[in-house]
Design a protein around this ligand. Structure first.
Ligand SMILES: Cc1cc2nc3c(=O)[nH]c(=O)nc-3n(C[C@H](O)[C@H](O)[C@H](O)COP(=O)(O)OP(=O)(O)OC[C@H]3O[C@@H](n4cnc5c(N)ncnc54)[C@H](O)[C@@H]3O)c2cc1C
Length: 385
């Protein structure tokens, strides 16, 4: 086991931190106040070569391993997890899904635009009545000659409003449950497709979620990506990559909070000495640092397994569950340590605190990851009777 970063990883780490400081931080507070994600960032990230580190070079990515990708994502999330997730969600979730399950023609046609940032790509699984339980998906895909006709609704879709292209998981035969689920590519100009922005969020205000509607939306047969029975399984490959981003993103945001607390703990004087000189504060800082280190190790471990193509279901759940729940605690402690100053969004701890709760929900909720771990260890089904 070698815990040292390679020269290339150090180079990407520094590049990503510089990008975050120059391109994310200057507009972050204002955009969060307006609940706005600036999609121009996607192209900027594409130009800087940071948008799709994990996708192969032949489709426009960098062809890097998942540890290096995680090194990049940690630094971007040091500035903002919500903005980083919104910017990279196309290459990460539906992008990985299309890479694994798409035909060569589909991959050549779509992935280069997704990697450059010219095509905004969304992955649509969740619906009003199908959240954690995707087997309940109600959006129907009905074959009609040389076409598929889609009808239904999706919600909470990252960049759903802005998307040029959507990878939709839909039901082809209600009686078959998960075995009827397939996936399809829908272009934004397709008649019968529409999207609205979902506003009013208390968290993740720098990101973007949309609600999608398919109303007799007709798409050609060649837009089918996964056959019936594989739609959910294939989508989970993309969601797996999203879970890696969210786990390392939690580490990045917590590292930012820890650094801010150490700085503040040396500067702010109360009861005649710096806050950091009080033992209760030192205890909190120690607890934060230990949790961050544990979350980072769990996450890099799963990035390594993923790179080597080794099965990592429970290891991914360890990382996602631990890192995001730790983030909830760490960001709250970081705000407390900054006192009332911490409750203002000019302090980095404030906006990381706001985002932390959402981290425990998307990419599988904490309960779902606990169940996944339990199911793996006990070898007993946790989701069915
Ligand atoms: C910022 C953001 C971006 C998103 N992007 C996308 C996207 O791009 N594409 C997409 O398809 N979706 C996306 N989602 C949706 C997200 O994946 C879902 O919100 C998530 O899977 C949870 O589903 P739900 O909200 O319906 O909650 P529910 O499934 O209704 O869960 C509600 C509560 O019940 C608990 N619960 C559920 N089942 C069980 C059980 N068996 N045992 C114990 N507890 C249980 C959950 O843990 C949770 O606490 C996004 C969400 C957010 C917030």
């Amino acid at each position: 086991m070698d815990f040292e970063l390679t020269e290339e990883q150090v180079m990407f780490r520094d590049m990503a931190r510089k990008f975050a400081e120059q391109e994310i931080l200057p507009t972050l507070i204002q955009n969060e106040r307006e609940e706005k994600f600036d999609t121009r960032l996607i192209k900027k990230m594409g130009k800087a070569g940071l948008l799709a580190p994990h996708l192969p070079q032949e489709y426009g990515g960098l062809g890097l391993d998942y540890i290096t990708a995680a090194v990049i994502w940690e630094q971007l999330c040091y500035a903002s997890i919500a903005v980083t997730q919104a910017a990279t969600s196309g290459p990460i979730q539906p992008g990985t899904n299309l890479l694994d399950a798409g035909s060569e023609e589909q991959k050549k046609k779509w992935l280069p635009g997704v990697c450059s940032g010219d095509t905004i790509f969304s992955g649509a699984v969740v619906e009003p009545n199908a959240g954690s339980d995707s087997t309940r998906i109600e959006t129907m895909a009905v074959r009609d000659g040389n076409n598929w006709v889609l009808n239904g609704n999706k919600i909470f879709i990252s960049n759903g409003y802005e998307a040029d292209l959507i990878l939709v998981v839909a039901q082809t035969d209600k009686s078959k449950g998960a075995k009827g689920l397939a996936s399809f590519l829908v272009e934004k100009d397709t008649p019968g497709y529409s999207a609205t922005m979902q506003l009013g969020r208390i968290s993740w205000r720098g990101g973007s979620e949309g609600a999608l509607r398919f109303n007799d939306c007709v798409i050609p047969l060649e837009n089918q990506v996964s056959e019936a029975g594989r739609g959910l399984r294939d989508a989970l490959r993309g969601i797996d990559t999203a879970r890696l981003l969210l786990s390392i993103g939690a580490v990045g945001m917590c590292q930012c909070c820890l650094d801010a607390c150490i700085k503040y703990g040396k500067e702010r004087v109360q009861f005649g000495k710096p806050l950091g000189g009080h033992q209760l504060v030192q205890g909190t800082i120690a607890e934060m640092a230990t949790k961050i280190e544990a979350a980072r190790l769990l996450t890099y471990r799963v990035a390594d397994l993923k790179t080597r193509g080794i099965r990592h279901i429970k290891e991914m759940s360890y990382a996602k569950y631990f890192a995001t729940e730790a983030a909830l605690w760490i960001t709250a402690e970081a705000v407390k340590l900054h006192g009332s100053f911490g409750t203002f969004d000019e302090y980095p701890v404030g906006h990381h605190y706001q985002d932390a709760i959402t981290l425990t929900i998307l990419g599988g909720t904490s309960n779902i990851h606990q169940l996944t771990i339990g199911q793996q260890l006990l070898e007993m089904p946790a989701f069915t009777g």
